[in-house]
Design a binder for this molecule. Structure first.
Ligand SMILES: *Cc1c(COP(=O)(O)O)cnc(C)c1O
Length: 447
């Protein structure tokens, strides 16, 4: 594989191979990652990348787009059918540009918007302060309650007070199913657009393993590369409800994507999205989506059995948040996620609800099951993965984040050195490497 790269650019080839080895020999637990299919990757590497096609099907600024039109319409039709929506734009380069287009379509600069605060699970593009979405719009974040569920009482109160134009429902670190109906009631009460960002749960929704926002939201955005298991990309959908609220909403969305924010669409990406949508419409994918959730529940149970505290005491979707404060005290997420990395498991440090330390030194770890489920693992394997995670965390359980901020960098550097030589972690790594041989990546054969 990759022979042409090998012949032409040995240095780069080396890195691709190393990354492939990493993806093959380790357990991928980052809940926003997945292994896409060989057909999707073939489309991503196809000649479609050569074409410019600014505009939309039948209305392009360049000639020679008859086949591109067909590809884009195919992707749109498949998405419309799969998600049961009236209008779809498949051109956003990724999830963040898709969200930015929603602002452009529904708000004027300076208008008020609301999203879940980032440290509580929200996404940057839902108005978090370092994002352009908080610089160009007036952002009023809402929060979760102590149990980690969205605080709808606060949301309603803030919405009545600030009268937002746009409310976001969706998150990157939320282990519960979303109650879209409640969001819609509040949005309707104040006349706001409700945009559901299903980046994380799109595949679960398609599989019938998570409620759909389509009956409740006006706009739905998603990435295509997380649980949906397509190429990196984004989509914006307009629902029946959206068109009822604003008959021009579909055109506003299209105009926001192009020419509002982007130039030419990535046609190879569009083709790969079309393929992923075809895959997602199969019974096999439904079974996959349901298995993700079963696996997450099994992994949560194993973690708890092995002494790990979980936010929400479990999960209702594909994602699990470990609360490591009982083990390391505040700020120990990095000890957990780095120990896991040495042991061959990739996850990320993450804030927990009512974070006792800070977003840079958070107290939790976020993980999920979409990628492992793609490799064919089931509940029995999750039992084992839970044990490995708990063992890795306990192997470094004596570390404590210094309360003096100035001491932290040096302390973490010492911790990393120790972890890299930790015998227990290295033993787990070996076990995992041999375990992974039984679960090849899509397109690879068992070795
Ligand atoms: C991942 C994610 C995005 C952004 O996607 P990118 O493709 O990384 O730009 C947006 N919203 C939510 C909720 C996400 O989880």
């Amino acid at each position: 594989m990759y022979d042409r790269i090998k012949n032409q650019d040995a240095e780069l080839y080396r890195s691709i191979l190393d990354e492939k080895k990493r993806q093959t020999e380790g357990l991928e637990l980052i809940p926003s990652e997945n292994y896409t299919s060989p057909a999707v990757m073939e489309a991503m590497g196809s000649i479609l990348t050569n074409k410019y096609s600014e505009g939309y099907a039948g209305r392009r600024y360049y000639n020679g787009n008859e086949h591109i039109d067909h590809i884009e319409l195919l992707a749109i039709e498949r998405a419309k059918k799969l998600f049961r929506v009236k209008h779809v734009n498949v051109q956003p380069y990724s999830g963040s540009p898709a969200n930015l287009a929603v602002y452009l379509a529904t708000c004027a600069p300076g208008d008020t918007i609301m999203g879940l605060a980032l440290p509580e699970g929200g996404h940057l593009t839902h108005g978090w302060k370092v994002s352009a979405t908080a610089m160009f719009y007036k952002s009023v974040p809402y929060h979760v309650r102590a149990d980690g569920r969205i605080d709808f009482e606060e949301l309603r109160k803030l919405a009545r007070e600030h009268k937002p134009k746009l409310i976001w429902a969706g998150a990157t670190a939320y282990p519960y199913a979303y109650d879209y109906k409640k969001f819609a009631e509040i949005a309707d009460e104040v006349g706001a657009y409700l945009a559901a960002d299903i980046a994380h749960v799109a595949g679960l929704i398609v599989a019938g393993a998570h409620p759909s926002p389509v009956p409740h939201a006006h706009i739905v955005t998603t990435t295509t590369h997380k649980t949906l298991r397509g190429p990196r990309g984004g989509m914006i959908m307009v629902t029946d409800r959206g068109l009822k609220k604003d008959p021009d909403l579909a055109q506003k969305v299209d105009k926001a994507v192009f020419p509002g924010l982007q130039g030419g669409p990535h046609d190879h990406q569009t083709a790969a999205i079309a393929i992923a949508l075809k895959e997602a419409a199969t019974p096999k994918f439904s079974a996959y989506g349901k298995q993700i959730v079963k696996n997450a529940k099994a992994l949560a149970a194993s973690l708890k059995k092995n002494g790990i505290t979980l936010v929400a005491d479990g999960t209702e979707n594909h994602l699990i948040l470990l609360d490591l404060a009982p083990i390391f005290g505040p700020g120990g997420g990095v000890f957990g996620s780095d120990a896991m990395e040495v042991a061959g498991m990739t996850a990320n440090k993450n804030t927990i609800p009512k974070e006792p330390m800070s977003p840079f030194y958070p107290s939790g770890v976020r993980l999920g099951t979409p990628a492992l489920t793609t490799r064919g693992m089931k509940e029995r394997e999750m039992q084992k993965v839970g044990e490995w995670i708990a063992r890795s965390i306990r192997a470094v359980g004596s570390y404590r984040m210094p309360s003096d901020v100035k001491e932290r960098a040096a302390y973490i550097a010492r911790f990393k050195k120790g972890a890299a030589r930790n015998e227990e972690l290295l033993a787990i790594r070996k076990e995992i490497r041999s375990f992974c041989k039984k679960y090849p990546l899509p397109g690879d054969t068992k070795r």
